[in-house]
Design a protein around this ligand. Structure first.
Ligand SMILES: Cc1cc2nc3c(=O)[nH]c(=O)nc-3n(C[C@H](O)[C@H](O)[C@H](O)COP(=O)(O)O)c2cc1C
Length: 165
């Protein structure tokens, strides 16, 4: 789900719960200006208190699997420790981290140290994401983070056979 209006998000979660879904993920990473201008997706990371309120209320409302996908911050990766404290304070079922800030969008190298910090801090599985394009980059991300798994986006669009490599 993506959005910032809590009643709408809870309404959507309740509607989704009527279907045999695997889980519900909250998007805290989308950098598209039209999304961030509305303080949704990655735009929410500018306001940790809102993130705290949304995740807390959604956790109460969602009885099934509830996961969060995030970037390291909006302006700077130094925003991440505070966000991590918030993620840790709610019983989410998984955390996927795109290891960049929102302003870094899609091109810069990722910051694996911050993903590692999350792996060491969170009680739930942490998935590392960003710039995995082949076995070599995937194994390197694993080695640097000890993440529970990898999420592969553009690498899988470019090469759908990447999972068989
Ligand atoms: C076309 C496109 C659509 C995306 N849509 C979503 C989305 O709906 N939800 C989400 O959490 N991330 C979305 N992302 C971000 C990816 O999940 C991922 O975090 C990002 O592309 C970095 O990982 P990669 O280097 O493996 O592509 C999208 C990325 C692209 C390029």
């Amino acid at each position: 789900m993506i959005g910032r209006d809590l009643p709408s998000l809870i309404h959507t979660a309740n509607e989704l719960a009527k279907f045999p879904i695997a889980g519900i993920d909250l998007n805290l990473g989308c950098p598209a200006p039209i999304v961030c201008r509305k303080d949704a997706g990655g735009g929410l990371l500018r306001n940790p208190e809102t993130v705290n309120r949304l995740i807390g209320s959604l956790r109460e409302a969602i009885s099934g699997r509830f996961t969060v996908k995030t970037r390291l911050g909006y302006h700077s990766e130094n925003e991440f420790p505070k966000l991590l404290e918030i993620f840790r304070s709610h019983a989410i079922d998984g955390l996927t981290i795109h290891g960049r800030t929102v302003l870094e969008r899609y091109q810069t190298p990722v910051h694996p140290d911050f993903v590692k910090m999350a792996v060491e801090t969170m009680a739930c599985p942490v998935i590392a994401n960003g710039n995995v394009i082949d076995v070599e980059t995937g194994l390197a991300y694993f080695a640097k983070t000890a993440a529970a798994g990898l999420m592969i986006g553009r690498g899988a669009i470019r090469n759908p056979w990447i999972f068989h490599s």
